[in-house]
Every structure is written in C-alpha cells, then in structure tokens.
Design a protein around this ligand. Structure first.
Ligand SMILES: Cc1cc2nc3c(=O)[nH]c(=O)nc-3n(C[C@H](O)[C@H](O)[C@H](O)COP(=O)(O)OP(=O)(O)OC[C@H]3O[C@@H](n4cnc5c(N)ncnc54)[C@H](O)[C@@H]3O)c2cc1C
Ligand SMILES: NC(=O)c1ccc[n+]([C@@H]2O[C@H](COP(=O)([O-])OP(=O)(O)OC[C@H]3O[C@@H](n4cnc5c(N)ncnc54)[C@H](OP(=O)(O)O)[C@@H]3O)[C@@H](O)[C@H]2O)c1
Length: 454
C-alpha cells in the first residue's frame, strides 16, 4: 500500500459504488466530518434507483435523484464516475483502489453477479435471460441499453418476487408478447411480490386459469393448513386499483413447479421446458418445495430468471455462495447486529479498514429504504473503526489527484460531479425538445461526447 503524503487531520474514506447504499453511507460519513471519495462504475449515480426501478416511475425516480443531488453537492464528497474496480477487465484493480491512500474502504457495489440454475444447455440455448440484464436494458444502462434481446412470444419467468412483476410489466405493456407464464417453485401464499406492484399487470392475468391452477394444488395447500379459497381472494386483491392497459398478453401462474430441463428446437432456441411438480413440505418454520416426481412439458420460446442476484466474484474480495465474506461470529461491538467488515482473505479476521454495505453485503435484499439504512449502518461501523484506529490518510484532494493521474495514465475518461450536472441538463433539454418526460443517452460514448470528456 502506498504511504500517504499530504496527511490530513480529516480522514478520507473511499466508498465504492454510488447506488443508494453508497450514497447514503457517503452522506452519513460527510455529516460526521469525514471526507469521501465516491467511486462509481456508471457515469451517473443512483445504481438501481436510476437503472432498476421501473422506468415510468418518474415521480419516485426524480425524488430520489433530487436527494442524491443534495448529497453529491456537499463539498466533502468527491464523486468520480465511469470507473469500474475489478480484478480483470475493469478500470482499476482492487490493489490500485487500495493504493489511493484513503483511511478506510467501504464497498457498496450492489449485487452485480447473476445466478444460474445449472441446466444442461443453459449457456448454449438461446432465448434465456437474466432479469437484471433486461431491467438494465429498458432502463438504458450502457452497454445493456443498446444490446438486442430477442424476446419471443411465449415467455416463462422463474420467480415470484417484485422483479418478476417488473419484467411482466415490460412484457405486457411494451413487448406485448402473446403469453407470460409465472413459474413459482412454491405456492401462492409464498409469493414475494407486493399487491401494489401487481396492480400494473393483474388485468392481463387469466383469472379462470388461475382458479383451475389453485384447484390443481388445493389438496396440498390444505395439507399445510392453507385455505385455497382465501388465497384465490387474496390473489385478486390488486384488481381493486388495477391499472388499465391495452395489451394482447395473457398471463398465467403456475404454482409448485420447477424447471427440470430445457428443450431446444432445431434452431438452438428454447422450444419448451420440462416442468417438475412440487409439493409444500413444512421444514422448521419454512414451507419448502419438494418434488412429487410428476412432470409435464410446457412450450416456451423465452425463459427469464427472476430469482434474485448475487455479488460479482470478479471484484476480488473473498467470496462464497454468491456473497462476499465477513468474518464469522457475532458483531464484536453490538452482538445483535450483523457484521459489516470484509473478511481477510487469509484468516477469519476483519481486513482492517474494509467494510461492506447494501446489496454488496446481502444481495437482492429489500427496497431503497433498506439499502439506505444498511449503507448508514455500514458508515457507522466505519466511523467507529476510524475512531478506534485513527489511521493516517492522504487528504481528499491528494487521493482524488492520485486517482485522476492513474486514470490519465490509463487514458481512461472519467466524470466528476460537475460533469454529471452538465449531462443532466443536456438530457433534460433533449427531453424538453422532444416533449417526453425523460431522455437518456444509450451509450457511455454518447454521454462522454455530450460533456466533452471522450
Ligand atoms: C428491478 C428492480 C426494481 C426495483 N424497484 C424498486 C422500487 O420500485 N422501489 C424501491 O424502493 N426499491 C426498488 N428496488 C430495490 C433497490 O433498487 C435496491 O434496494 C437498491 O438500489 C440497492 O442499493 P445498493 O446501493 O446496495 O446497490 P445498487 O443500487 O445496485 O448500486 C450499486 C452501485 O455500485 C456501482 N458499481 C457496481 N459495481 C462496481 C464496481 N465493480 N466498481 C465501481 N462501482 C461499481 C454501480 O454503478 C451502482 O451505482 C428495485 C430493485 C430491482 C432489481
Ligand atoms: N417495485 C418494487 O418495489 C420492487 C421492484 C423490484 C424489486 N424490488 C425489491 O428488490 C428485492 C429483490 O427482488 P427479487 O424479485 O429479485 O427477489 P425476491 O423478492 O427474493 O424474489 C425471488 C423469487 O425467486 C424465487 N427463487 C429464488 N431462487 C430460486 C430458485 N433457485 N428456483 C426457483 N425460484 C427461485 C423465490 O422463491 P422462494 O420464495 O421459493 O425462494 C422468489 O419467488 C426485493 O426486496 C424486492 O421487493 C422491489
């Protein structure tokens, strides 16, 4: 690690990732008198608040953008975007990031890895997509914004959370596919989506087919103490305030099913899946899905995994089972709280000065409010560590200059907060001229050219 020069009485913390967790962590640190170097992969800040939340939720997204602007306008937060830290293929390695000479490092990069289900042909058969890639596409995050996603007419979605609903929303309202079938490994009572979100698509659901599906699994539901008639009513509740739209899409739920096998057509594209039937089995306080051995074939030309994400192992932090590792055992300061320190790669000890927050700590966990709370808790853990260890660091201007010099040596264009503001006003002017609520450039090159940074 480089020895800091221009040491500062105010410690500098490098926060990696300017999604909600990183932004609210930076805010907390700044309010407590700490300087923050906030480094982000994307040109624009916001993470999934910018590139995940459904694109037509303008009021919510603009409200969040305003809050983020207030955070980033603070003098002791220096934003540097279009910088990806990754062991291979990124802008900086983890070692180069650590060499910036900051006092502590808070990693809030979200859950950028995708989970696979391990089917034969999963990497060869076309027509299979991860929900996150589609979400990034319709929210115009480069490079996904300009990639082609060949969506067919008969789409299956694995998973029953709010991401499934967002994908169904896009398929029903924008792609207007012929059919969307939700493939849920457990039953209707185990749905993870919320009624408020389901209002966007419930009018596409074939309610007669829903009744037939509940009747099919009714005996199993009763055997675990669930009431099929009550569940039928619950599933219809979003109809009360349902959105009206014009789409030919017919949406259906299949409960208690898992995809056993992918079946490709002669063109190498998905043609069908073999579904295995499940039953609910009580295990401790959870109802698990267990195979009954029964199978059926469901024709589908497209399959989307909406089963949650995992962190990106390629960042280079200790990783197992989709998560970055923290040391084992309870939080040494507040035993009832989770641990936020990054695990040392060699020993089951904290890596001094390194912390995790938000979806980088627990992948796919909750709404913006939860990421905010987790980022702030992570910031508090950093503050406690700084107080205890009083580490030396370079001052913010030196850390930032060291980063600028490194990026210039690598001939890698980057943006600072003033550039983000310029980009925002250029895109707003385009939106106004086009008479649309939002305009976004689809590529980093276009954004950089617009602000004369390429
Ligand atoms: C499809 C979808 C829709 C959602 N809709 C809603 C909603 O309507 N309402 C709601 O409240 N919540 C919603 N959420 C949840 C919410 O978006 C998350 O809780 C929150 O964004 C997680 O914040 P985070 O900062 O941990 O991660 P992220 O938001 O993922 O932010 C991570 C940041 O890290 C940066 N980064 C990633 N990798 C690197 C790297 N290697 N180097 C440097 N920087 C990196 C990224 O550029 C990004 O800015 C939605 C989530 C999804 C997936
Ligand atoms: N509009 C919104 O407010 C909004 C929109 C999108 C996302 N979000 C939030 O973002 C977070 C992530 O959402 P999410 O939908 O990705 O995750 P989620 O809520 O955890 O739902 C994941 C779904 O995938 C299923 N699943 C997981 N692993 C599976 C496997 N191996 N095989 C088959 N099915 C599997 C789960 O079933 P089991 O229950 O059986 O595990 C569950 O139905 C959530 O907190 C969500 O509320 C909010």
């Amino acid at each position: 690690m480089t020895e800091p020069n221009n040491t500062s009485s105010r410690p500098v913390v490098a926060v990696l990732g300017a999604g909600p967790a990183g932004l609210y962590a930076a805010n907390k640190l700044a309010q407590e008198g700490v300087d923050v170097l906030l480094i982000n992969r994307d040109i624009k800040p916001g993470g999934l608040a910018e590139y995940g939340i459904y694109f037509d939720k303008h009021k919510m997204k603009n409200g969040l953008r305003k809050q983020f602007d207030r955070i980033l306008a603070q003098k002791n937060i220096a934003y540097m975007g279009h910088i990806e830290v990754r062991q291979q293929g990124g802008t900086l390695t983890l070692e180069e990031f650590e060499d910036l000479g900051c006092a502590a490092y808070l990693v809030a990069v979200g859950a950028q890895g995708t989970r696979k289900l391990g089917y034969d042909g999963e990497d060869q058969i076309s027509g299979l997509f991860h929900a996150k890639d589609l979400v990034y596409h319709y929210n115009q995050l480069p490079p996904f914004a300009s990639q082609e996603f060949s969506i067919g007419q008969h789409v299956g979605i694995i998973g029953m959370g709010n991401v499934m609903v967002d994908i169904a929303h896009w398929l029903v309202w924008e792609k207007k596919v012929a059919s969307v079938t939700i493939l849920a490994r457990r039953g209707p009572a185990e749905r993870a989506y919320t009624d408020k979100e389901m209002r966007e698509v419930i009018r596409a659901v074939d309610l007669d087919a829903l009744d037939v599906e509940i009747a099919r699994i009714a005996d199993n539901l009763r055997s675990v103490g669930q009431d099929p008639e009550a569940l039928k009513k619950e599933l219809r509740e979003p109809l009360d305030k349902a959105e009206v739209f014009d789409s030919p899409t017919r949406m259906a739920f299949r409960f208690l099913v898992g995809v056993n096998k992918l079946i490709a057509g002669p063109d190498g594209r998905l043609a069908a899946v073999e579904l295995g039937h499940n039953q609910l089995i009580q295990k401790g306080d959870r109802l698990n899905a267990q195979s009954t051995g029964q199978t059926e074939i469901l024709p589908l030309d497209t399959l989307v995994y909406a089963i949650g994400d995992q962190v990106d192992e390629g960042l280079g932090l200790p990783f197992r089972n989709g998560q970055f590792l923290t040391p084992s055992g309870p939080n040494p300061h507040e035993p009832e709280k989770a641990r936020y320190e990054v695990k040392d790669p060699q020993h089951d000890q904290p890596r001094p000065g390194w912390f995790l927050g938000g979806w980088a700590r627990i992948a796919s966990d909750g709404l913006v409010g939860k990421a905010r709370a987790d980022g702030e808790t992570a910031a508090n853990e950093v503050l406690r560590w700084l107080k205890q260890h009083n580490p030396q660091s370079a001052d913010l201007a030196s850390c930032q200059q060291r980063l600028r010099t490194l990026l210039q040596q690598k001939q890698h264009p980057f943006v600072e907060y003033a550039d983000v503001l310029t980009l925002q006003s250029i895109e707003q002017a385009r939106a106004d001229a086009l008479g649309v609520p939002l305009f976004k450039f689809n590529t980093n090159e276009e954004m950089l050219a617009a602000i004369q940074k390429s």
